[in-house]
Design a protein around this ligand. Sequence first.
Ligand code: SF4
Length: 284
Amino acid sequence: MSTPLLPEQRQQLATLLAYCREMGGVDFYRSQQDAGPSSVEAAMFQPVANAGPATILQTVTPEPLPDMPRKPNLLTSPPLIDFSSPAIAPPDRAAALLAIQNEIGDCTRCPLAFEGRHKIVFGDGDPNAELLFVGEAPGADEDIQGIPFVGRGGQLLNNMIAAMGLDRARVYIANIAKCRPPKNRVPEPIEAMTCTPFLFQQIGVVRPKLIVALGATAATYLLGSKASLSVLRGQVHDCMGTKLIVTYHPAYLLRDPRQKAEAWKDLQLAMKFLDLSPPKRAAN
Ligand code: SF4
């Protein structure tokens, strides 16, 4: 027979149960047939040892939860940035971005802080850029250098930017998550949702005319939509008070170069929106 739990242990279990429910995790451990109380719930309702005769069952009121990140709802649209309010003056935008970076500090707000990251990859580029690219998360090279898109994918992104008639110094580049997920996995929702408020602040400072979401993760968190890339590509979307288009992530294009032609169609849509022309090739 199992040993009854002490009131203090029941209290701890109750707090854990409440937290797991908040995170949506408890029911994963219950089978369809098991309609009865879980072992944790059962422990909460065990007879109290040494209780008086009137106390047969005791419910435990959980302590207030610690201030933990909540399970995000991916279908909630990101907050609108008020583009009608006065913008930060262009000369002050670099300082405003630095203030956000200082606010992030040596961030430990989400689990990625404890998964082997070396550097937080804040963002890079022109604080007054008209075009802002958003990727998924840093990879190994970015994690070491602290700069987004510096590996092979970064070289391809540089080529894509050049094909649009721009150079990298004239655009701004950031990611949904600022720390490298282990083995380059997709950021978990709780990680992305904890980190994106900083990205939204960066977008509010830069106020680009157009955002290019690189890949499905960026599109999901910027648009608050789980629709597939094939549905989202080829359109100019409203995003937080500015406009956004969706294309493939450069890492995907490295794996499947056949899709580069499709990506070029997306970039042409961005160029049309920004009134850009491709660079003229030098005559031989
Ligand atoms: S991913 Fe973002 S929220 Fe998470 S630890 Fe890094 S900077 Fe902080």
